[in-house]
Design a protein around this ligand. Structure first.
Ligand SMILES: [Zn+2]
Length: 58
């Protein structure tokens, strides 16, 4: 049985913490760079999850 814990990294089981990241989006022939995006970062492996809503760019 697997219990989902939102506070743990699904990749390595490390602790996820609030932080900031740089988010890049490929848009047509351009790469858009968005800095200081609120994100959740794994303290163990460094994997990043963009906060809900931020990545939903039309
Ligand atoms: Zn991790």
């Amino acid at each position: 049985m697997i219990s989902r814990n939102e506070n743990l990294c699904p990749l390595c089981g490390g602790e996820k913490r609030e932080g900031k990241t740089t988010f890049t989006v490929d848009y047509q022939d351009t790469v858009i760079v968005i800095r200081d995006v609120p994100a959740t970062v794994c303290a163990m492996c460094g994997h990043e999850w963009i906060a809900d809503g931020v990545a939903e760019v039309a």
